[in-house]
Design a protein around this ligand. Structure first.
Ligand SMILES: Nc1ncnc2c1ncn2[C@@H]1O[C@H](COP(=O)(O)OP(=O)(O)O)[C@@H](O)[C@H]1O
Ligand SMILES: N[C@@H](CCOP(=O)(O)O)C(=O)O
Length: 313
């Protein structure tokens, strides 16, 4: 493979499910993973950003593993490079850090391989790597992404995110998505399936019609939240009472432990959660986030822009 000019990849984090949209609905949020790649004599990884602790700088790094798999599939040897990872997405908190890492590796590989995969191919590849399309879809495309994956094909529709404040309530504890998925049942009763899917239908209608008063009911869920309550201190009470304390609607973000609320009264909601978590003696950070309208993209460096302009690449 010929050498390449340095480039960046910028990917937003996500909040998946939004309650009953389990493995289907995701919204991109304004915390980012950014990669910088430049040619080097051998693979070399450096890390930075607010959440870099715990990210491997060895060849088992998750992003490098994703890239290696994609190169192997194309039958091309991956070139050596220096990879700098700037990660501002909290790790294992339900804000899509691993989905963003998959999407970043995918876009970097597509750029290096010059495969020019379509949006649909990118989503399918990311979904296969992650196992479900909700968080990778939001990171890839930005906004709210509603998707359906049958294990073979994925279809998506996108929706403008709400223009109301979003507060994420992020407990100190880490919870891996793998552990949080193991808590879920294999089967659901007809009652729970009908109830949750009706709420997911209502959620999609509320998002498209911008009917925020529907969010209280529309974000309630019986697919995953009840089973994850035992893993997340404060979740049961938070989900039950937040709408009486300033939230339009609230859900577990991704696989947790973060909760995400669409908010009408920020002061009241923050006070409620500070009291809830201080009674539980659990440290919590509350961040106002905004939905991110822009999905993952490559940013060319001046050097690469110049080479393209001169027709060299
Ligand atoms: N930028 C990154 N670079 C390398 N590995 C990452 C990165 N982001 C996440 N990971 C890996 O993904 C794990 C978290 O994934 P997961 O349990 O699915 O939680 P999350 O809800 O944050 O996606 C981290 O512990 C780390 O191993
Ligand atoms: N639908 C998945 C979403 C996982 O999102 P993450 O941000 O926690 O990786 C699930 O709920 O398991």
């Amino acid at each position: 493979m010929k050498s390449f000019s340095p480039f960046y990849v910028k990917v937003p984090g996500s909040t998946a499910n939004l309650g009953p949209g389990f493995d289907s609905i995701g919204m991109a949020v304004n915390c980012f993973l950014t990669l910088y790649l430049e040619p080097a004599a051998r693979l070399d990884i450096t890390v930075g950003g607010k959440h870099s602790s715990g990210i491997s700088v060895q060849s088992d790094n998750f992003i490098v593993q994703v890239m290696r798999k994609l190169f192997e599939k194309e039958g091309v040897e991956m070139p050596p490079f220096h990879l700098h990872i700037k990660n501002d997405i909290p790790l294992a908190r339900g804000l899509g850090s691993s989905a963003a890492a998959i999407v970043a590796g995918l876009l970097a590989a597509d750029h290096l391989l010059e495969t020019e995969w379509s949006q649909k191919e990118l989503l399918k590849k990311a979904t296969i790597l992650e196992g479900h399309p909700d968080n990778v879809g939001a990171s890839l495309f930005g906004g709210i992404v509603i998707s359906s994956w049958d294990g073979k094909e994925v279809e998506v529709a996108t929706c403008e995110p709400p223009d109301i404040p979003v507060i994420t309530i992020i407990p100190e504890q880490r919870l891996s998505t793998g552990t949080a998925r193991k808590a879920l049942p294999e089967d659901y009763s007809r009652h729970d399936a009908v109830l949750s899917s009706s709420r997911a239908n209502l959620l999609v209608a509320a998002l498209f019609l911008k009917k925020w008063d529907l969010l209280k009911t529309a974000m309630q869920d019986a697919f995953h939240q009840p089973y994850r309550e035992m893993l997340v201190p404060g979740l049961k009470e938070g989900l039950k009472k937040a709408t009486d304390h300033g939230a339009y609607g609230i859900a577990l973000s991704g696989a947790g432990p973060t909760m995400i609320a669409f908010v009408k009264d920020k002061v009241q909601l923050k006070k409620f959660f500070y009291e809830l978590f201080s009674n539980l003696q659990v440290s919590v950070e509350m961040l106002e986030m905004t939905p991110c309208h822009t999905g993952a993209h490559i940013v060319l460096t001046a050097e690469e822009k110049h080479s393209k302009f001169m027709g060299k690449i």
